[in-house]
Design a protein around this ligand. Structure first.
Ligand code: ZN
Length: 510
């Protein structure tokens, strides 16, 4: 009962800056560095940078650097606002590694936009950074969710969360972002977010009035379909170097975690493997992809210089790592695109009950270690694996499947002539829709059996060759049991006992 009252009290307070990060905590643990930052938010009061202020700032910088920086637009938001992308190419025109930085995928994370504007300024005006442009070209999209961002809302205008929408593409913004990603084909993608220091669940594991102790948290893919070599390059080199860069400035960091309640107990989910979010979606697209969580949501302008410096330190570190390992990054990302390993359809994270995390006690203003239950995505093991088909065949009537695949960057062909061949067909053994609404739909879980049979496919049948660079993207949405896949996220409907409109043609010499 006391625990419950305590939780209620914190929930009531959770909306206020004070509850998230009292002045004594900010002063002791999140002090601002001595540095001059001239981005729009620092030129005014507490209200964050608006879209128009951002555009004025970008236009000025681009005008000052003709031939080096160019402004284009990747598409429009639901309210018709153009989403800007600034490309920085440097003076030389050799083949370069392409790096994409994203800010403000969530509208209520304004520090991410500010960090991108500061990074843009440094890349264009700091002579110590110019050398990076000899081997890199960098594109920055500082505000992806402009509609939500205009009034500090996490979601887009149709109330969907862009970072839950990278496999379903139910928002025009996600379609525009994926389209740009597919055309630009960056080898490195870093998506900057902000996290809320205090979570209501924290009151259930401690009466110390605890808050998150970190400046930054790293989310990089634990998805088992991302080739090991690409995962290693991402975690060891890119994340590894970034940790050292933060350490050098005494900025605290950790692997990303969030909390959920399982049977009334709070579990810390560490890492992530779901294709619905950017880091995994772009890793499956063969990029080094990392989502950065910076301390920031609901703390207003508190510690803003420190937050910007933290983000910039990360951006600079990632660029340096890309520059210094240019050939290896090219090789590993190309190799990933040719990956032909078996498909891990489902997997299970490792559960532990002795995971130690440091928090700040807001009662004593001291750091305390807590031992918590955790689910470790980065140590997942496969629970269902299937051989990679040579080709997926998709019934011609399911145009929505073909359209989504193409939006995701997958090459989809059509049969010119009818074909009668042996394929593997899925039959739905069990079907269950969840009871709680997620992003305006009830996710579906199925189990299937796969049988070989002869099927006659008419001309016009959609064909997805798997010797393409986006084979992993195709498998991650077409395999029926896959989390965030087309059945789970209801891109098409099925039912128990049904034969699916998706078939697997296996390699004939196996
Ligand atoms: Zn976010």
């Amino acid at each position: 009962m006391i625990k419950y009252l305590f939780a209620l009290l914190i929930l009531v307070q959770a909306g206020t800056v004070w509850a998230q990060q009292p002045a004594k905590v900010a002063k002791k643990y999140f002090a601002d560095p001595e540095i001059d930052i001239q981005t729009p938010w620092f030129q005014k009061g507490n209200k964050f940078t608006t879209y128009d202020e951002m555009m004025t700032y970008i236009n000025k910088l681009v005008a000052q650097h003709p031939g080096i920086a160019t402004l284009s637009y990747i598409g429009k938001t639901q309210k018709g606002v153009e989403i800007p992308a600034v490309r920085i190419v440097g003076k030389t025109r050799n083949t370069k590694l392409r790096v994409l930085f994203l800010g403000r995928v969530h509208g209520d994370e304004p520090g991410s936009t500010e960090a991108m504007l500061y990074t843009l300024d440094r890349l264009l005006n700091d002579p110590n950074m110019t050398y990076l442009l000899e081997r890199l070209e960098i594109t920055i999209i500082p505000m992806v969710n402009i509609d939500g961002g205009s009034h500090l809302e996490r979601v887009t205008a149709n109330t969907l969360d862009l970072n839950r929408d990278q496999s379903k593409l139910a928002t025009p913004e996600a379609v525009a972002l994926r389209g740009f990603y597919n055309r630009y084909a960056p080898q490195v993608v870093i998506d900057f977010h902000e996290f809320q220091p205090l979570r209501a669940d924290y009151t259930l594991i401690s009466s110390d009035n605890i808050t998150n102790s970190f400046d930054a948290m790293f989310l990089y893919s634990g998805n088992l379909n991302v080739p090991q070599e690409l995962r290693d390059l991402t975690s060891r080199k890119f994340v590894g170097n970034a940790r050292k860069a933060l350490d050098a400035k005494q900025l605290r960091h950790h692997d990303y975690f969030t909390t959920t309640k399982k049977f009334g107990e709070v579990v810390f989910n560490v890492g992530g493997i779901n294709p619905r979010s950017t880091a995994n979606a772009f890793s499956l697209g063969n990029s080094v992809a990392i989502l950065m969580e910076l301390r920031g949501v609901k703390i207003g302008k508190t510690s803003l210089k420190r937050r910007i410096v933290t983000a910039f330190t990360l951006a600079e570190s990632y660029l340096k790592t890309a520059y210094e390992n240019c050939d290896e990054v090219m090789r590993v990302t190309e190799q990933a695109a040719r990956n032909r390993q078996d498909i891990v359809v489902t997997s299970k994270a490792k559960s532990v009950d002795d995971y130690v995390l440091p928090f700040i006690s807001m009662n004593t203003n001291e750091m305390i270690d807590l031992t918590v239950n955790a689910s470790l995505s980065l140590e997942s093991t496969p629970t269902l694996t299937r051989k990679r088909p040579e080709t997926y065949y998709i019934s011609a009537s399911h145009t929505e499947i073909a359209r989504k695949l193409r939006e995701l960057g997958v090459t989809v062909e059509t049969l010119g002539q009818p074909e009668t061949i042996n394929v593997e067909a899925y039959t739905v053994d069990s079907y269950k829709a969840e009871y709680t609404l997620f992003e305006k739909f009830y996710p579906v879980k199925v189990k299937t059996t796969v049988d070989t049979k002869q099927v006659s496919f008419p001309a016009g049948t959609f064909v997805v060759p798997m010797n393409q660079r986006n084979g992993n993207v195709a498998a991650s949405v077409l395999e029926p049991e896959a989390a965030n896949g087309f059945i789970n996220y209801r891109v098409y409907e099925t039912e128990a006992g049904a034969e699916l409109p998706v078939y697997r043609k296996m390699n004939s010499d196996k």
